[in-house]
Design a protein around this ligand. Structure first.
Ligand code: HEC
Length: 134
């Protein structure tokens, strides 16, 4: 195994550990209803910082601290053409099933614990969409 592959695997397994202990309690909006846009964004930011930022970066540009060790590089969400080409459905699937769920690299880890938490997935999708350049 090459040195960089080895480092990438280490990063991925460390992240898997982090997300395992950062397991989210299910949340809903004020009064138990569905979350509004702002609530989704706030919740999405929290989940993103914990689960996605290390690879996708603070501004979604695919340049997080772990990205250097990864090949292919994490998706840059600030890419307008990509934002326009991808559906919310596909982003949700990439989140829950990881790269291999959408025919991409396995270096993109699945968030299997969110499978039964559509509100959390929606919050992360909202966050990913917020990186689209105007
Ligand atoms: C360990 C690093 C890592 C983490 C953590 C990670 N990703 Fe990724 N992600 C990647 C890599 C690498 C790719 C590129 C895969 C490819 O191009 O084959 C990718 C690709 C994607 C894509 C593009 C899929 C497509 O159809 O083009 C989306 C969407 C995505 N990630 C969302 C997320 C979200 C949201 C999170 C947090 C819940 C997250 N990723 C966490 C590494 C990561």
């Amino acid at each position: 195994m090459s040195h960089s592959t080895c480092r990438a695997l280490l990063v991925v397994s460390l992240l898997a550990l982090c997300t395992a202990c950062g397991h989210s309690r299910k949340r809903s909006g004020v009064h138990g209803g569905p979350m509004g846009h702002l609530e989704l964004l706030t919740y999405g930011r929290e989940l993103y910082d914990l689960r996605c930022l290390p690879c996708h970066g603070p501004h979604g540009k695919g340049d997080g601290p772990a990205a250097a060790a990864l090949q292919p590089k994490p998706r840059n969400y600030a890419d307008k053409a990509w934002q326009d080409s991808v559906t919310d459905q596909r982003i949700s699937q990439a989140i829950v099933d990881g790269g291999k769920g959408v025919g991409k690299s396995q270096l993109m880890p699945p968030q299997s614990d969110l499978r039964d938490d559509p509100e959390a997935v929606k919050a992360i999708v909202t966050m990913v969409r917020s990186f689209r350049p105007k």
